[in-house]
Ligand binder design. Structure first.
Ligand SMILES: NC(=O)c1ccc[n+]([C@@H]2O[C@H](COP(=O)([O-])OP(=O)(O)OC[C@H]3O[C@@H](n4cnc5c(N)ncnc54)[C@H](O)[C@@H]3O)[C@@H](O)[C@H]2O)c1
Length: 376
């Protein structure tokens, strides 16, 4: 595709909880322009348009026909990501910024990667925590072999989501369109663990739904064996009480040359660094919520790649590895904690499966189905 010479023109599809971070990041880049917002629920789009003052659409097909747009930022329900992105790539040939998790089924993600490649558009996946100052410091240290052989790498997520969170939208808490604490919340930290420590050979996981009435898990734990010999652990829950306080999202890496620990509610505070006399406060941030500041890095990267060339900071090919890991975790959970090998491509039997029973929920988010039902 030709490089873009003027401003890179963005549209947002899905004006829910996370959309304001994309709007802010686009507005904060001088070479980016927000052109339109789209949501099947026009009220939500209008609400988000409070600071944006752009055109608002309920049907993205109309939006792409009417507006000059380079990039579609998709933040619809997780189980619809791949379907929406593939439709927008094939029908309208747009570059895609896709919220985490990039898809729920590995097969859908691979199809999306192939589609983007064959049409010649770029895919940018939002794993914004990779750009936290503390995480970047660990990544550089690992790449420069400062930490040495890793004995153990651990992530711990102790966030809080109550019943009202799941009741807010029909897709939440379903296997078909959301997944549980591992998929919706801990995917950030699962991605970090893999990105920092390396590929995983095998794992075992267990999960339960403790304090809410939903199909998916609110609590899970897993142990992992990395290909490089390290051991790992994941502790992930949204069942922390009292409600509505995200307590902790942390990572510890114990290497032969020393230890690094990042804590805070959003892996945002470097609290232990034993390799030199680094002032840990310089690598600690105070974001207003667990979304952090990383969306700016993603949008800045989109603009840079489309104007100047280069590669996405988080490509589809990279992010799909975290979905493979997620799928393996669920497969082990579905088999009562059996150790599963990643080389066998273990697949969850229920995450992202849209069947006759869940088709109705998916149709709430399919533009053609929604528009047809509104015309009746
Ligand atoms: N990176 C992060 O930190 C972060 C944080 C929150 C959410 N997310 C991800 O963003 C996605 C959305 O989450 P949310 O909490 O904002 O959800 P949400 O339910 O608040 O918003 C989703 C919006 O998408 C709209 N939508 C659905 N299908 C559509 C379609 N075909 N056309 C136009 N609009 C459509 C819905 O009407 C809804 O308003 C999820 O995949 C979630 O995992 C990421």
């Amino acid at each position: 595709m030709d490089r873009i010479t003027g401003k890179v023109k963005f549209a947002i599809i899905g004006c829910g909880r996370i959309s304001y971070r994309h709007i802010e990041a686009i507005q904060e880049n001088n070479d980016a322009q927000l052109v339109a917002l789209c949501d099947l629920n026009l009220e939500r789009a209008n609400e988000m348009n409070g600071t944006a003052h752009v055109k608002v659409y309920e049907d993205y097909r109309e939006m792409f026909s009417a507006e000059d747009i380079d990039v579609a930022c998709i933040m619809t329900p997780s189980g619809m990501h791949a379907e929406h992105a593939i439709d927008i790539i094939t029908s309208y040939r747009k570059h895609i910024v896709l919220e985490k998790p990039m898809c729920l089924r590995v097969s859908d993600g691979l199809k999306l990667i192939d589609t983007a490649r064959s049409v010649g558009v770029r895919l940018f996946i939002v794993h914004q925590n990779r750009f936290n100052k503390a995480i970047q410091k660990i990544k550089t240290a690992i790449d420069n072999d400062l930490i040495g052989r890793i004995a153990m790498a651990t992530v711990r997520i102790r966030w809080s989501r109550g019943q009202s969170y799941y009741d807010r939208d029909p897709w939440r808490g379903t296997w078909a369109l959301d997944g549980g604490a591992l998929t919706n919340q801990a995917i950030h930290h699962i991605d970090l663990l893999r990105w920092l420590t390396g590929a995983i050979k095998s794992l075992s996981a267990v999960a339960k739904t403790q304090f809410v009435n939903v199909a998916v898990e609110d609590t899970a734990c897993a142990w992992l064996k990395f290909k490089n010999g390290a051991l790992g652990a994941i502790e992930a829950t949204t069942a922390t009480r009292p409600l509505n306080k995200d307590l902790e999202a942390s990572i510890s890496i114990l290497g032969e040359n020393g230890t690094v620990i990042v804590e805070g509610a959003a892996v945002n505070k470097l609290t232990l660094w034993t390799f030199d006399d680094t002032d840990t406060r310089e690598f600690s941030e105070d974001p207003p919520n667990v979304y952090g500041f990383g969306h700016n890095h993603i949008i800045d990267n989109v603009v840079d790649v489309l104007k100047n060339g280069g590669e996405p900071l988080v490509s589809g090919e990279d992010a799909i590895e975290s979905i493979k890991l997620l799928s393996a975790l669920y497969r082990s959970i579905e088999e009562d904690g059996r150790e599963v090998s990643l080389k066998d491509d273990p697949v969850s039997g229920r995450l992202g499966v849209i069947d006759a029973a869940t088709e109705k929920i998916a149709n709430l988010y399919r533009t053609d189905a929604v528009m047809r039902s509104r015309k009746k």
